[in-house]
Every structure is written in structure tokens, then in C-alpha cells.
Design a protein around this ligand. Structure first.
Ligand code: S3P
Length: 437
């Protein structure tokens, strides 16, 4: 799909963003370790969570869609052998979390995905799972192991894991394996990553705790999880970020996003924007899925100043980096990011893609091994861009087009459906038609 974007003369309104993708994946996956029905409301509507639900159904989870669009799932407390390969689509979260669930259950299964997912590194989950006793092999690709992944049983034993990268996907994979392993599984991360797994599983009665030094300790689950009967998924802060970013940049912009998850492990983007001089206000709402929730109020037109984003902050704004680069191009001075090499192994090499796209729009950008330096403020020019098969690149550069001269043509805009179906329709409505899908 090709989208055309012109400079926006305003950006206004209230945007109800879709349910959080990370929480939605987890709710569906974890429900398989329970044996009572769970009604999931406001589940993330994108293709990634559909991939998770499809895989879990093949593993024996029952699911029905209600008239109100909610999803009712019912697990068996155990998994059934799947009839064929499990298709994780484009979703790294599906593949990595499912690896831990499948390895722990000891079922024979193959996990596969699309061309992009087949290029993403999976040794980071296979190596620690094998250390726990899983029979798990991937397919050699470059220096890593990639999908398809083959699991063929093996009784798991708890181990002490020290992760090299702060990754909520790897951590969650090992938690799911640890819940089905003998003994204690411990996990230490270099920096704290998003903690939805810990919060949700703890609330659902799993034997898991965080030691005072931050080590996560997991023991075998001896009875099915105590699922709530209903869960409403809060709004996705990573989806809200595009409207927040757009409202900050467009003069006279004014946007509110109600019901957004503001778990501190997810809101580094908001902290960085505030530091750059953006006008943001959080109006607290009612907690959901164990997380704090707020309405985000944003006003645009402030003079933004550059900032330095340190490695320790990166996990809390990981998925917002492409958008932050766009915002940085409009801030006075040089914004530097480091410690973000992980961005190179996302749905695309996001450091490369954002630097190339910003340069194509006329900004001065230096790409480094693990980050970038963006010189602002740049007078962006409309350009021809391709989303490079990456939903976050597609949405971030639609925002860039709203503050560029002339017209920006964005090919591959349909990739936004991975996390935010309807994004371009919403952005068009808020920007009085500056976006034409
Ligand atoms: C996610 C974790 C992050 C993030 C991804 C979702 C999750 O990935 O980029 O979009 O739900 O656990 P990593 O675990 O690879 O850092």
C-alpha cells in the first residue's frame, strides 16, 4: 500500500489506541497454563497477536470471538502436540516466548515465520533452553541460529541464566521454561527490560519473585495458573507514541490518548520528550493488567532541544527509537543515541533504516555501530520512502512527512497492520487529510 503525506497544518483530537501488543501476546500465551476461561477485551488487533493466538490454538487452546469483539480463551493447563508447523508470522515475541512454552511442555513442534522472522537471531533462546535440557535446534544462518526451530522434548532442569542483552522476549521465554522445569531457574539482565511477564504471572499465582538485587527467580508451576475471568488490555504506549510524537512536532498540535499503559519500563520515550522540552501531561487512570494507566495529553509547537539517550534508557524506549530519531531532527542541536545495537536485529535494521530515510529527507545524520547522532533542526523535504517491511518505520516516517515540505510517498505502508491496523486512517482524520491512504 502506498500512502502520501503532506505537511499538516494542525493535529488534533482524542485517539483511542489499540490494546498493548506485549500484554496481549502474554495474556494469550499464559492462558494456556491455566484451565479456566478468560475473556480478553481490547486485545491488540494487529497481525502479531493473531499469530500467537493461531499457534496456541494449534497447541490445544480453545478460542471463540464474542459479539463484542472480545476473545474468550480456555486452556487445558497443558499443551497438545500441534498438527503441523506453528506459524509465528512476522512476530519475534511469538517465536521467542512460544519457544519457552513449547520446550517446557516437552511437545514436538516446529516454529516458523515469514522471511523477516527467519532472519532474526534465535540462538539467544535456543542456547539457554538447551542448557536446561531442551532438545531444540534452529537453522544455521550467518553466525546465528534462526527459524525454523525444531523442538523434540527433553525434561527441563532449572539453571542460572545471565543474559547478554536486556530482552523481555528472552527473559519471558526462560520464565515460561522455568515454570515447567525442576528446581530453580534464575535470570539476570544487564538492564531491566519490560516487566509485563513478571507482573502478570505473579498476579496469576505463578511461583516467581524478584530478589532484591533484581534477579528473577522462577520455580515449577505445581497447579494451573489462577486466571482472572476477564482482562481488559490497556492501550499500547508504543502505538500512542506516534500520535504523541506527531502532536509534539506539528505547530498547534493537541492530542489526548486515554487508557494508555504507562508502566515505567515502557515510558522512556515520554521521559526523553519531556527532557527535550515537549509539553506532556499524564492524567492517572485506573490500573489494568497490573500496570498503571493514564490519559496522555500532548501540546505541540514547543521549541525542542537535543538530548543524549544513554544505553541504560534504551530498553524503556526500544520500539520508539525510529520515532525519536524523527523528533530529534526537529530539535535544536545534536541528539545522540548509543547502546542500541539491538535495533539492528528487529523487523528491519532500524538504525540503518532511520538514518537512510532521514537523510533522504534532507537531515544530517551520522549512523554509528550502536546508535546515531541527528543534527537538528532540519528542514525536512518530502521524499520517496519504503517501510522496509517494518511497521514502526512505516509509522515513524508518516509522522516525519507531516512536518516536511512537499509530498512524502511511503511504500509498504500496509506493514503498520502488524501492530496498528487503521493507523493511517486515524492519522489522516487527526491531521485534516494531510495523509492519504
Ligand atoms: C517485546 C520486547 C522487545 C520489543 C518487542 C516486544 C516483548 O523485544 O522490541 O517489540 O513483548 O517482550 P526484545 O525482547 O527483543 O528486546
Amino acid at each position: 500500500m502506498r500512502v502520501r503525506v503532506r505537511r499538516a497544518s494542525g493535529l488534533a483530537g482524542t485517539v483511542e489506541v489499540p490494546g498493548d501488543k506485549s500484554i496481549s501476546h502474554r495474556a494469550v500465551l499464559f492462558s494456556a497454563l491455566g484451565d479456566s476461561p478468560l475473556q480478553l477485551e481490547h486485545l491488540a488487533p494487529g497481525a502479531d497477536v493473531k499469530s500467537t493466538a493461531g499457534c496456541l490454538e494449534a497447541l490445544g487452546l480453545q478460542r471463540t470471538v464474542g459479539a463484542d469483539g472480545s476473545l474468550r480463551v480456555q486452556g487445558r493447563g497443558t499443551l497438545l502436540p500441534p498438527p503441523g508447523p506453528l506459524d509465528c508470522g512476522n512476530s519475534g515475541t511469538t517465536m521467542r516466548l512460544l519457544s519457552g512454552l513449547v520446550a517446557g511442555a516437552g511437545v514436538v513442534a516446529t516454529l516458523d515465520g515469514d522471511a523477516s522472522l527467519r532472519r532474526r537471531p534465535m540462538a539467544r533462546v535456543l542456547v539457554p533452553l538447551r542448557a536446561m535440557g531442551a532438545q531444540a535446534v534452529g537453522t544455521r544462518f550467518l553466525k546465528d541460529e534462526c527459524a525454523p526451530l525444531h523442538f523434540s522434548g527433553g525434561a527441563l532442569q532449572g539453571r542460572a541464566h545471565q543474559l547478554n542483552v536486556a530482552s523481555a522476549q528472552v527473559k519471558s521465554c526462560l520464565v515460561l521454561a522455568g515454570l515447567q522445569a525442576d528446581g530453580v531457574t534464575s535470570i539476570r539482565e544487564p538492564e531491566p527490560s519490560r516487566d509485563h511477564t513478571e507482573r502478570m504471572l505473579h498476579a496469576w499465582g505463578a511461583p516467581l519473585r524478584v530478589a532484591p538485587d533484581g534477579t528473577l527467580l522462577v520455580e515449577r508451576l505445581t497447579r494451573p495458573l489462577s486466571l482472572p475471568s476477564r482482562l481488559r488490555v490497556p492501550g499500547d504506549p508504543s502505538s500512542a507514541a506516534f500520535f504523541v510524537g506527531a502532536a509534539v512536532l506539528v505547530p498547534g498540535g493537541s492530542v489526548s490518548c486515554p487508557g494508555v499503559d504507562v508502566n515505567p519500563t515502557r515510558t522512556g520515550f515520554l521521559r526523553v520528550l519531556a527532557r527535550m522540552g515537549a509539553q506532556l501531561r499524564l492524567e492517572p487512570g485506573q490500573d489494568a493488567a497490573g500496570d498503571p494507566v493514564a490519559t496522555l495529553h500532548v501540546r505541540g509547537g514547543s521549541r525542542l532541544r537535543s538530548t543524549t539517550i544513554h544505553p541504560a534508557e534504551v530498553p524503556s524506549l526500544l520500539d520508539e527509537v525510529p520515532l525519536l530519531a524523527v523528533v530529534a531532527s526537529q530539535a535544536e542541536g545534536v541528539t545522540r543515541l548509543s547502546g542500541a545495537a539491538e535495533l539492528r536485529v528487529k523487523e528491519s535494521d532500524r538504525l540503518r533504516q532511520v538514518c537512510q530515510a532521514l537523510r533522504a529527507m534532507g537531515a544530517e545524520v551520522e549512523e554509528t555501530e550502536d546508535g546515531f547522532a541527528v543534527q537538528g533542526p532540519a528542514r525536512l523535504q518530502g521524499a520517496y520512502l519504503d517501510a522496509a517491511g517494518d511497521h514502526r518505520i512505516a509509522m515513524a516516517f508518516a509522522v516525519a512527512g507531516l512536518v516536511a515540505d512537499g509530498e512524502t510517498t511511503l511504500d509498504g505502508a500496509e506493514w503498520a497492520d502488524i501492530s496498528y491496523p487503521g493507523f493511517f486512517v486515524e492519522l489522516s482524520a487527526r491531521s485534516a487529510g494531510a495523509v492519504q491512504a
